[in-house]
Design a protein around this ligand. Structure first.
Ligand code: ADP
Ligand code: MG
Length: 255
């Protein structure tokens, strides 16, 4: 419960509120006084040139990198003081650029070890496979287009299927904020279309923060787009708005 009075300066009910966030690496500000607000049920895409600070923003949110100053509030809770593990438990899931699934486990087993009951591989593999767990795994497998590959080992999946499986491993933990770093890099056109469909389906219950370069994909998923440049917000708004922003064309889209 908030005890703040309603009135001037009272923020609306955002899921994620980043304010004046800065991180300095030996004096270089990779993220520089950044403020960013993500709504509930929103798909926000962050775009921007290489080195703009996009991945660093996700690192800061998930606690992998500690902020030099500023604030990151998730459902009103300050994340900058929490460990990575506590941030996951608070409801933030993050997928890195390269898929990190277990090659020698099946799709089913990969999802099973990600089920929130078992936190370690050992614990997860030895708990009873009750009907509820199996049902949830099947539900997720269907969502990520892998129903017919449930008993295939990870190593035999295509690159795109591995990416979906990793998204599924996050979804099974039911995060309220899902963060994805370039999820469609290396995917075929068909896989990109299906990934857009997947993200549009899962935001019923959560918000998604995506870093992406593929403009067609961004157009298919983004509710709003934030353009980062030198650790700051260069432009923000609808895809149409940022695409037509001369500043964005100059530093990013014009290339
Ligand atoms: P993007 O994802 O937008 O391409 P990054 O967030 O990866 O950009 O990097 C932003 C800038 O911060 C780059 O100049 C990068 O070299 C620098 N940087 C990122 N992480 C570190 C770190 N741990 N130490 C020093 N510099 C870093
Ligand atoms: Mg990056």
């Amino acid at each position: 419960m908030t005890t703040q009075p309603i009135g001037q300066g009272m923020a609306p009910d955002f899921l994620l509120e980043i304010e004046n966030l800065t991180v300095s690496f030996d004096g270089f500000k990779a993220v520089n006084d950044l403020s960013l607000y993500v709504d509930k049920n929103e798909i926000r895409v962050i775009i921007g040139p290489n080195g703009a600070g996009k991945t660093t923003v996700l690192d800061l949110i998930c606690g992998r990198t500690k902020a030099t100053s500023g604030s990151i509030r998730f459902k009103g809770q300050e994340l900058t003081r929490l460990s990575e593990n506590k941030i996951v438990l608070a409801g933030v899931g993050r997928k890195f650029q390269t898929p990190s699934i277990y090659d020698d486990l099946t799709v089913f087993e990969n999802l099973e070890i990600s089920y929130p009951r078992g936190r370690t591989v050992f614990g997860a593999l030895t708990f009873r496979r009750d009907a509820q767990v199996i049902e949830r795994i099947e539900e997720i497998a269907e969502m990520i287009f892998l129903s017919d590959r449930l008993h295939e080992r990870g190593e035999f999946l295509s690159h795109g299927q591995k990416q979906w499986l990793e998204i599924g491993m996050l979804l099974i933990q039911d995060p309220e904020l899902l963060m994805l770093d370039e999820p469609v890099a290396g995917m075929s056109v068909t896989e990109r279309v299906k990934t857009a469909e997947l993200l549009n389906r899962i935001i019923k219950d959560r918000s998604v923060l995506v870093i992406e370069h593929d403009m067609k994909f961004v157009e298919d998923i983004a509710h709003r787009v934030t353009v980062l440049h030198q650790g700051k917000v260069l432009s923000e708004g609808s895809m149409e708005r940022v695409q037509n922003d001369p500043k964005v064309i100059e530093v990013y889209l014009g290339h």
